[in-house]
Design a protein around this ligand. Structure first.
Ligand SMILES: [Zn+2]
Length: 704
């Protein structure tokens, strides 16, 4: 983070002058400390917080951090207050204790001291350090930079209202070439749901062009009564929009930042958890019954973020400052879970220990029955959409480790600036680890389209208390699936009746109900129309989510659709002609050529084909994780086409497919000949997962 580098310079200057300012006492870190007195105290200023660091005292059970307001001559202007308590469980490396002091008004000047305690026995305070905290970002004399949120102007006495959010957002949009604000939808009561799209020197022009930059996403406020993250997002958007520091320019030159400040504007305006109908929107990201979640999921389909953070507040006094949690649902691809955990454990815990914040696993330390596997929660929904991501919970009360938060403004500032720290760290993580993130996504899509392995309806991967007993003394709930939540043999797809697919629904707000067809389209799933209904094959990137909505055994199904079982899993000798209906091949072997006739559907995974595959006028063609000796020619398909993760010996040709059931997907294939596409409507995509082809890629597939 560049602000850390910047602050180190300020800190050096502080060290140089502090000796003359320090209460007449000999200065700081290198002075002779008395018995059990904390030595080596330093302070580093950052956005909305100050990191204290010191040399540990042998035998100390904890430390108290004291803060005193001072004037420019370092004369106290108020009473000293213990604002922090450092305990060994708050960071991964106890040899270098740090504490992020926060809650003060940014820009004010303070004196800090730290003392050890042995049990309840207080030891002498350290020599003091002094510092002027960092004022709110942006030069007050520079247009754009000088914008301030209502929350900042009111010094956290008020939150930014909906009206002020929209005015501020519009001003950032107007004054910065880097920002485009798009309205992704409207709330039940008609409030805009805005998204900042931020890139340098300007954001890419279309959602598809944004997707090509492997964007990252911050969802700032879904629960209307948890506003701390939203205030952080609004301030951060200003810095990204106008900051000319090297880090900001570098970040925005390499990706696009997507920030949704308020998906739940109605709930925020009313200070309620749910939206105006009382629906908890963070239990609706799979079902998308509400217009807010429907809009958000539609946005995901178009913008395709590769990484995300979802902001909340959490009422547990004993947990860390910043509980976090990856997508744990067991249908999430392992690579996405692992990379999300790496972001949290490998980066946030480590950086937290350097900067003084206390991230920990959400649900730790007696967190109760939270952080489970509901696919309706954005954390899990994003994981099931192959997005590396984490939940962020700002501990809502100060608790025992932040005893000066009875004052609401102090409490709000600590929460908001801890969220801002997290989001900035998230940007840095994405910048430094994009290759690992996109590799995890590529592996996840490859796994999902192969439709291998069991389906778990509800059940989580375990989260360790890392590294025990720090930072959380107990891990989150185990939440393992019980046998009734496991389907060992995955179906090859689901068939919905006309009634299930198109009938009006009553599970949304009056006048805003959407059909199953509309919701499947919002998720971006491919559909094949057959004689007696609609088929959603499992051989798709969101394979883990499909049964959670379409299987009658699912905990919160959208429709109890019919499971389609594989029709061939053994060996078929000679040519195979699919003349009508659906052939579903799973782990099969076909020695001869395959011909898919008009109106028929081929769904094949893990299958070896000894000859060419030719489909002419088919309803659907799904060919994944298979090997084909010879060419694959698909033309005139009317439903949907997926060719992914396959090894194909000859040319791959897609011609004149008019797939109303979804955009053709041609991704991650190894092709022994050319890849040719023409006359397809819509044109094929690869979801940023390249195909390798020996021959040239031409026509609509030239960039795939
Ligand atoms: Zn929440």
């Amino acid at each position: 983070m560049s602000h850390r580098r910047t602050m180190m310079v300020i800190f050096s200057a502080l060290l140089a002058t502090a000796g003359t300012l320090a209460d007449g006492a000999p200065a700081l870190a290198h002075g002779a400390a008395g018995p059990n007195e904390v030595g080596g105290l330093t302070v580093v200023q950052a956005d909305g917080f100050a990191t204290l660091a010191w040399t540990p005292v042998d035998g100390a059970s904890d430390y108290q951090i004291e803060r005193t307001p001072v004037d420019s001559g370092d004369v106290a202007t108020g009473a000293p207050v213990v604002t922090g308590v450092w305990r060994p469980n708050r960071q991964v490396n106890n040899a270098t204790p740090t504490f992020a002091d926060a809650g003060f008004n940014p820009g004010d000047r303070f004196r800090w001291r730290v003392r050890a305690r042995f049990g309840a026995t207080e030891q002498p305070y350290s020599a003091p350090v002094f510092g002027t905290t960092v004022a709110p970002w942006g030069d007050p004399a520079v247009p754009g930079e000088n914008l301030r949120t209502q929350w900042e102007t009111a010094q956290a006495a008020q939150f930014t209202s909906d009206v002020n959010e929209y005015a501020y957002t519009a001003a950032v949009d107007e004054l910065s070439d880097r920002v485009r604000v798009v309205e992704i939808g409207r709330t039940v009561l008609g409030r805009p749901i805005n998204m900042f799209v931020i890139g340098y020197p300007a954001p890419p022009a279309t959602p598809a062009a944004v997707a090509a930059t492997s964007p990252l996403l911050i969802n700032c406020n879904v629960h209307g009564n948890e506003p701390g993250d939203r205030e952080a997002c609004l301030i951060m958007a200003r810095r990204l929009a106008f900051g000319n520091d090297a880090r900001t320019i570098d970040l925005l030159s390499h990706t696009t930042v997507l920030i949704v400040p308020t998906i739940n504007g109605d709930g925020r305006a009313a200070n309620t958890r749910g939206n105006s109908t009382g629906q908890d929107l963070n239990r609706d990201y799979s079902l998308i019954r509400q217009p807010e979640t429907f809009a958000f999921v539609s946005m995901l389909r178009e913008y395709r973020p590769v990484a995300g953070y979802d902001g909340h507040e959490f009422g547990n006094n004993s947990a860390g400052d910043l509980p976090m949690l990856p997508p744990r649902h067991q249908n999430v691809a392992r690579s996405i879970f692992d990379e999300s955990q790496h972001m949290i454990v490998g980066h946030m815990y480590e950086q937290g220990a350097k900067d003084g914040w206390w991230p920990c696993p959400y649900g730790c330390a007696g967190g109760g029955s939270v952080g489970l596997s509901e696919e309706t929660i954005l954390r899990n929904t994003l994981g099931l959409k192959n997005v590396v991501n984490s939940l962020l919970e700002l501990r809502s009360a100060g608790g025992a480790t932040r005893p000066d938060e009875a004052n609401a403004a102090n409490n709000r500032r600590r929460k908001t600036y801890s969220a801002m720290w997290t989001f900035h760290e998230f940007l840095d993580y994405h910048r430094a680890n994009l290759e690992a993130i996109t590799r995890a996504r590529r592996e996840a899509v490859g796994f999902q389209v192969s439709n291998t392995g069991r389906i778990v309806f509800r059940g989580s991967r375990p989260i360790p208390a890392f590294p025990a007993p720090h930072p959380g003394e107990s891990p989150p709930p185990v939440d393992a699936p019980d046998p009734s939540q496991i389907l060992d043999s995955p179906p090859c797809g689901y068939k919905l009746t006309e009634e299930q697919y198109h009938a009006p629904r009553t599970d949304g707000p009056s006048g805003m109900q959407t059909t199953v067809a509309q919701r499947i389209q919002a998720h971006g799933w491919k559909v094949v129309t057959v004689a007696d209904g609609y088929v959603v094959p499992m051989l798709q990137p969101e394979r883990g989510l499909i049964p959670l909505l379409l299987d009658a055994q699912a905990a919160e199904e959208l429709a109890g659709a019919e499971r389609l079982s594989p029709t061939l899993s053994g060996r078929h000798t000679g040519p195979l002609v699919v003349s009508s209906g659906i052939a579903c091949l799973a782990g099969a072997s076909v020695t001869g050529p395959v011909t898919v006739m008009a109106g028929a559907t081929l769904i094949a995974t893990g299958t070896s084909f000894g000859g060419p595959v030719t489909a002419t006028g088919a309803a659907g063609v799904f060919l994944t994780s298979s090997t084909v000796v010879g060419p694959v020619r698909i033309s005139g398909t009317t439903g949907a086409v997926v060719v992914a993760g396959a090894t194909i010996g000859g040319v791959v040709e897609l011609v004149g497919n008019t797939t109303g059931g979804g955009t053709p997907l041609v991704a991650g294939n190894t092709i022994g000949g050319p890849l040719r596409c023409s006359g397809n409507d819509p044109a094929p995509v690869n979801l940023e997962i390249a195909n390798s082809a020996v021959g040239p890629k031409t026509g609509q597939c030239a960039a795939l």
